[in-house]
Design a protein around this ligand. Structure first.
Ligand SMILES: *Cc1c(COP(=O)(O)O)cnc(C)c1O
Length: 391
């Protein structure tokens, strides 16, 4: 007896963990590996946020269960964040739900809105959690091709009509992981029209909404008129406030969908620890000066790395947001072979594009989650590589 369900047995291997295993082996041999593979910020959460956590943790009243859908303080803070940043009105009781990180919310949302056999349209390349979530819900995946030639905006005309007909949900992720692509509101407007026409639930994963440079402001799908009848948006404090381990995020938008997800989750969890929700509320109500300071840092790192890649003849679009650079693999390599070469020969870990879908082939993702000094080391090491390509 293996005691393992087909669902779990048939999950695709999480490519990050395979590379992590190799990294551990190299480190055990005493090799200094620089990890640009994992998309998690290296910086700590702001002081005022953990001060609030400590303060709230000392109050016994906060040691109880949270209400299922999350504390009203957090949900009101999410609504006020949307009002302030996007001029969008949300009802904190019915149009906002607290999540234990948006990853949890994404996986459960799919279970809450599709039946087995229903199709979900997912970006390719895209965040791997979408695909595994559809698999776990017994759904089918339809891939929405994204490519560099048009800035990774959806190519609707490439979707087969019959695939769109059987789809129930359309996932987008802007600013995007892994491609670092950013869009204007018009892209969401087009997506929403398509969603209305084809009766799809439109979902935007806005994990990087606040991490932008050069004056660019990422739009919210909720800014499109009529979005509440057809769309939801996920948000997270993981990246904007360096709170990955705290596990706090939210979903906003369509009431029926929020209610369905809240019902499912009320049978699975009882929301997040109240002091974490209250500290996160303080973060969302802040003036975001910590986010601005951090973005300045990411931009410096991005520019340094981007310039070095260009000097080496490695092409990458200059991103306007996220914590990533999405770069072209030199001619003659598959992305997995190139990532292995970097790890084996110079101890630099990147993520091969293929980990994000078949259209990620030919690219690799660099996470800008090490100090400038470490990036100097990375650049020094990369310049030692022979990039002539394989015979
Ligand atoms: C990091 C990330 C998330 C997950 O964030 P959590 O709130 O920490 O679960 C979701 N989507 C994308 C695209 C991400 O990169």
């Amino acid at each position: 007896m293996s005691f393992i369900s087909d669902k779990v047995e048939n999950l695709p291997p999480y490519l990050f963990s395979e590379l992590q295993k190799k990294k551990k082996t190299l480190e055990a041999k005493g090799i200094d590996v620089i990890d640009l593979g994992i998309g998690a910020p290296d910086l700590p959460a702001p002081n005022f946020v953990y001060d609030k956590l400590v303060e709230e943790a000392k109050k016994p009243v906060n040691h109880r269960y949270s209400t299922y859908s999350g504390s009203s303080e957090f949900k009101e803070a999410v609504a006020s964040f949307y009002k302030r940043h996007y001029a969008v009105d949300l009802d904190p009781d019915t149009e906002v739900l607290t999540l234990i990180g948006s990853k949890e919310g994404i996986a459960h949302l799919i279970q809450a809105v599709i039946n087995p056999g229903d199709a979900v349209i997912l970006p390719d390349p895209g965040y791997p959690v979408y695909q595994t979530s559809v698999h776990l819900a017994g759904g089918k995946t339809v891939l929405l091709p994204l490519d560099a030639y048009n800035g990774y905006v959806p190519q609707w005309e490439k979707l087969a009509n019959k695939d769109v007909q059987r789809a129930r949900v359309l996932f987008l992720n802007y600013p995007s992981n892994p491609t670092a692509a950013t869009i204007e509101l018009s892209t969401f407007m087009k997506a929403l029209s398509l969603a209305v026409e084809k009766q799809l639930l439109l979902v935007n994963d806005a994990a990087y909404d606040q991490i932008t440079f050069d004056g660019y402001k990422a739009p919210s799908v909720m800014q499109v008129p009529g979005a509440k009848t057809q769309a939801v948006e996920f948000g997270s404090l993981s990246k904007s406030f360096n709170m990955t381990g705290w596990r706090i995020g939210y979903v906003v938008g369509n009431k029926n969908v929020i209610r369905a997800l809240a019902t499912l989750k009320s049978n699975l969890d009882t929301s997040q620890f109240l002091p974490i929700q209250k500290a996160a509320a303080t973060a969302l109500r802040s003036d975001f000066s910590t986010v601005t300071a951090m973005n300045k840092l990411y931009k410096e790192r991005m520019e340094k790395m981007h310039a070095a890649l260009r000097e080496m003849g490695i092409y990458a679009e200059r991103p306007r947001g996220t914590i990533f650079i999405w770069a072209k693999v030199p001619d003659g390599f598959y992305s997995i072979d190139f990532a292995n070469k970097l790890l084996d020969e110079v101890g630099v870990m990147v993520t091969p594009g293929i980990a994000f879908g078949s259209l990620g082939e030919g690219y690799f993702r660099i996470a800008l989650t090490v100090t400038i000094k470490r990036l100097d080391d990375v650049i020094y090491r990369l310049k030692k590589l022979d990039l002539g390509g394989e015979a």
